[in-house]
Ligand binder design. Structure first.
Ligand SMILES: Cc1cc2nc3c(=O)[nH]c(=O)nc-3n(C[C@H](O)[C@H](O)[C@H](O)COP(=O)(O)OP(=O)(O)OC[C@H]3O[C@@H](n4cnc5c(N)ncnc54)[C@H](O)[C@@H]3O)c2cc1C
Length: 396
């Protein structure tokens, strides 16, 4: 009688990086059936695949870390990372859109009122509404403390005015956690966050940006024109919101690093498979040392990026978020910087075949470029690392 292999053996067979308890097979099947055949079309059609987000929600992927009492799966950060790893093999854009809605659901579950949870969580968990976290503005990206969207106290709530840009899912989302300045001139200290309903008066959606390799992210913006947020919609008051945003960034940087590792692993897998079969000058491509060494370098870079990512992930998973700040910056910087040249080398190793969009490599290459900006640019990771140089490396 044949026995089911243990989850660990299954994971090894699937080539998965993160040790976790959830049904990785189910997510892999979902990817093979829903994402693999459609990812290129979503990019060509320049759209967020709402039907695929809903299908992901049906197997619980919008609520992995949402506590079970609120309808989620109550799983850990490493489970989210496993999901991201699996989905990014084919489409980082889809994984990025999905995880942003997931994060809003987690945020509402942990910081929202009962009314917020009743109003928004069921639809987010069902994938019927998408979520966004809106910090960036046309005039403020890296320098988050300089945002100019204002929140002015009025009777019974707050009037929000301003414009947001480059917001994941904003092309279609209508449950948005929006950051605004309550005391102009006070920088991060005056920033608060509000739950904004994209179907309410005063919310005006802008046209989404077309981004090759990132159209399924649905990046766009919106204008708040005297939008009235009730007192209950104040999510994190001035003094707390900025710290919350900075606190959650370590997890985001680490999963962006994991996305890069996943795309490079998928690209390398394809290049190796191709190189073992295709012959030139009477031998398989991989028997040409010049080519095999180029892929060996990709593997070498990937292993290093994966270790940095795992190190940051373990700290986050064990609740040591503060200690994860520097490892997350290292992981994101290294993984994003290695992804583009590595994917390029894989395309090169496949000859012209590597350029065809029946393979995900071109999409991965474009998405790897995008990874250099999201959740803090490469230069901002440099800044983070540079600020700790003396403390970390000064000779005793
Ligand atoms: C696909 C996509 C999805 C996104 N999703 C979201 C989202 O959901 N929510 C959200 O709020 N934002 C989102 N963003 C915005 C993202 O966070 C910003 O792009 C990022 O913070 C950089 O800001 P910027 O593009 O305005 O660049 P800028 O801040 O204008 O910087 C321009 C260049 O200067 C460099 N630079 C800036 N300051 C320094 C410095 N001190 N030292 C050295 N170099 C510096 C930057 O690294 C960059 O190369 C998204 C962006 C993209 C591309």
């Amino acid at each position: 009688m044949s026995q089911r292999p243990s989850i660990l053996i299954q994971m090894t067979q699937l080539g998965l990086q993160y040790c976790h308890s959830m049904q990785t097979e189910q997510i892999t099947t979902f990817r093979r059936e829903v994402v693999d055949p459609n990812a290129a079309t979503w990019e060509r059609e320049r759209r967020v695949p709402l039907e695929a987000i809903r299908a992901a929600a049906e197997i619980g992927l919008t609520g992995l870390q949402v506590p079970t009492e609120f309808g989620g799966q109550g799983l850990a950060y490493r489970d989210k990372l496993a999901m991201i790893d699996i989905l990014s093999r084919t489409s980082m854009a889809f994984a990025f859109s999905l995880v942003n809605t997931h994060n809003v659901a987690v945020h509402i579950a942990s910081a929202g009122t009962d009314d917020h949870r009743e109003r928004f969580l069921p639809d987010l968990l069902a994938g019927k509404r998408l979520g966004s976290s809106a910090l960036t503005e046309p005039g403020a990206g890296s320098d988050f403390a300089s945002i100019s969207t204002t929140a002015t106290k009025v009777d019974g709530g707050w009037r929000l005015n301003g414009e947001k840009a480059w917001i994941t899912n904003a092309a279609v989302s209508d449950v948005l956690i929006c950051y605004a300045q309550t005391k102009p001139g006070s920088g991060g200290a005056g920033i608060a966050s509000f739950l904004v309903d994209g179907t309410a008066a005063g919310f005006e959606r802008s046209a989404p940006f077309d981004l090759y390799g990132g159209n399924a992210i649905g990046t766009g913006g919106f204008i708040l024109n005297d939008y009235l947020a009730s007192d209950e919609d104040l999510f994190a008051p001035a003094g707390e919101a900025f710290a919350y945003a900075l606190g959650s960034i370590n997890g985001a940087r680490t999963y962006v690093a994991a996305m890069c590792c996943s795309m490079v692993r998928a690209s390398l897998g394809l290049a190796v498979e191709y190189g073992a079969q295709r012959t030139t000058f009477g031998v398989p491509l991989l028997d040409h040392q010049g080519l095999a060494w180029s892929l060996a370098s990709v593997a070498n870079q990937l292993e290093a990026a994966q270790l940095l990512t795992d190190k940051a992930a373990e700290l986050i998973d064990s609740g040591e978020n503060k200690a994860a700040m520097l490892p997350a910056a290292h992981a994101k910087k290294f993984a994003t910087e290695m992804a583009e040249p590595s994917i390029s080398a894989c395309i090169q190793a496949m000859g012209a075949e590597g350029l065809r969009d029946i393979h995900p490599l071109g999409r991965h290459l474009a998405a790897a470029r995008i990874a250099n900006y999201v959740d803090g640019s490469t230069e901002i990771q440099n800044e983070r690392i540079a600020r700790t140089l003396i403390q970390t490396y000064q000779a005793p």
